[in-house]
Design a binder for this molecule. Structure first.
Ligand code: HPA
Length: 234
């Protein structure tokens, strides 16, 4: 096994079959230090930290993806195709596009619409619908029900822009799309193309509807619930 351009791992078994994927590499470090037992760092290329440890005895990795579809596209591609990762669970934040979806709420991305051209590489004769793994969706919803954690499951928007020149989000909102983030569609497409399973769990960090934002302290609480869901689903 030779290291990939972005992941410096040359030994089999250093990356688990299931990887949690926060956007922020320091969040990956935090998760490894606070949630995993016996975590060992496997990557630091471009400071995109990755760790493998165990959670309740199960081997799990956690690695940053960076922001946006090109970035998560690279890391998820290498994890799936070179390191045989089977389950990829993105954990991130999103902006609400619906009045009844409030900051701190948890969203499961059943599908990910996008304004990006990422799908063009597949040369499909139509519009592809990037979709989460049903098995992972079912698992996380069952766990949320059991723990009494409220989740919203539906279509999300993976946008190429955080700062957008138009208010086109309203058109996506009209189509029932719940929230906007910047990575899920590429993750779902890479997983589909290579036969892996992907899921995206998000906490609402801000609202496009009313401008509400979370403080970093408030964010921690919904982050903890999201982590519980991700780790139990892993
Ligand atoms: N837009 C895009 N990505 C995001 C947002 C947003 O408002 N909030 C959190 N991630």
């Amino acid at each position: 096994m030779i290291p990939t351009p972005h992941i410096n791992v040359s030994k089999e078994g250093m990356i688990a079959e299931t990887v949690l994927l926060p956007g922020d590499p320091l969040r990956a470090k935090y998760i490894a230090e606070n949630y995993l037992d016996d975590a060992v760092q496997f990557n630091a290329v471009r400071n995109m930290f990755g760790y493998t440890g165990t959670y309740k005895g199960k081997k799990i990795s956690v690695m940053g993806t960076g922001m946006g579809m090109p970035s998560i596209g690279i890391y998820s591609y290498e994890l799936i195709n070179f390191y045989k990762v089977k389950n990829l669970i993105r954990i991130g934040s999103c902006g609400s596009m619906q009045p009844d979806l409030k900051v701190h709420d948890i969203v499961i991305g059943l599908s990910a619409s996008t304004n990006s051209n990422y799908a063009i590489q597949y040369g499909l004769p139509g519009t592809y619908a990037p979709t989460a793994s049903y098995d992972l969706v079912k698992k996380v919803v069952d766990i949320a029900d059991k723990k009494g954690i409220k989740v919203r499951v539906g279509n999300i928007l993976s946008s190429d822009t955080f700062y957008d020149a138009s208010d086109s989000w309203r058109k996506w909102a009209k189509m029932g799309v719940l929230a906007v983030e910047m990575e899920a569609a590429a993750l779902y497409m890479n997983a589909a193309f290579a036969g892996a399973n992907a899921l995206c769990i998000l906490t609402v960090s801000d609202s496009l509807v009313n401008g509400e934002e979370t403080t970093s302290e408030e964010r921690q609480n919904s982050f903890t619930q999201m982590m519980e869901l991700a780790l139990e689903s892993a």
